[in-house]
Design a protein around this ligand. Sequence first.
Ligand SMILES: Nc1ncnc2c1ncn2[C@@H]1O[C@H](COP(=O)(O)OP(=O)(O)O)[C@@H](O)[C@H]1O
Ligand SMILES: N[C@@H](CCC(=O)OP(=O)(O)O)C(=O)O
Length: 372
Amino acid sequence: MRSKVTGAQRWVVKIGSALLTADGKGLDRAAMGVWVEQMVALHNAGVELVLVSSGAVAAGMSRLGWSKRPSAMNELQAAASIGQMGLVQAWESSFAEHGRHTAQILLTHDDLSDRKRYLNARSTLRTLVELGVVPVINENDTVVTDEIRFGDNDTLAALVANLVEADLLVILTDRDGMFDADPRHNPEAQLIYEARADDPALDAVAGGTGGALGRGGMQTKLRAARLAARSGAHTIIVGGRIERVLDRLKAGERLGTLLSPERGMLAARKQWLAGHLQTRGTLVLDAGAVQALRQANKSLLPVGVKTVQGSFRRGEMVVCVGPDGLEVARGLANYSALEAQKIIGQSSEAIESVLGYSAEPELVHRDNLILV
Ligand SMILES: Nc1ncnc2c1ncn2[C@@H]1O[C@H](COP(=O)(O)OP(=O)(O)O)[C@@H](O)[C@H]1O
Ligand SMILES: N[C@@H](CCC(=O)OP(=O)(O)O)C(=O)O
């Protein structure tokens, strides 16, 4: 029984090109329908789901009648933009049969390394998930080159797992999981059931690149598991054609390869925060706020802040000091310095009328706060 999997509340499910297309002949609608049924069952069981779907290039190739993946970048990008239409239509109509909506999100890695875009993507995704809609994410292939060339949606899925703070990343692929050698070349290869994501022995076994349609192979899947582990997520690499694979994973069956993070989710996040040394401003707290942070492990609300110093943007690191000027904590601000100036000393309910909008009730959420 895999308790980390059965207990996971937020899943990112990534489906690769190798699986989505029926031997290069367009999208495998029947297979998509079977995954959708299972995803809907997970949803009904209270699991929050985000889907990362490849397959745009492969679907575009089929619409254009191309049998060979083009090597020219402009042709790949054209194929992706044509195929993306079919891809989202197929997901939307399949989920609609179960009364569920989907939402299309196209992202690039650059979007996620820019703090402001990162926060915007995060709040959109959170809102969609709260609305019970399944976001369907793919790379924005028109504006990127490296990712489409390397077929690296595995990395995108891991970045999404970090973004939505998923506890589980499920990478569905055309093999049963990660083997101790490339099964295409070594029929004796054995499935690895469990490992620590950071185990260096895995580098040697994940050497080969992918198949004709997918491009990343196991290497990008391993890297994805390591990235996902940074925010404390577990990763499962598993065969998407295994019967009722998602249902069985949810039931705790030992399928595929489970790659575990070295630390728990919150610990991983706090560690990441602690390594974030550059601070952009200071919040001076009143005695009550200092006590709430230190003794009750609470979030910092605007009402407990007396002054704001420095110039910081939403998402940047600020130092929190007590009335005596001594550092109490540091954390990521939910509002910029200019916005913070306007809302300090006020109740969280007042944020909306002061700013004209309200992002979060806290100035710094406790998950983004480390006590000093
Ligand atoms: N150690 C390994 N275990 C399993 N598969 C491997 C391994 N090394 C390389 N591979 C290859 O990786 C392929 C899956 O990657 P890829 O084609 O990129 O799929 P996807 O489109 O699902 O991302 C498999 O078909 C397999 O041949
Ligand atoms: N974003 C592109 C390429 C991504 C890709 O091939 O990734 P994968 O099959 O997951 O290794 C697509 O949708 O076709």
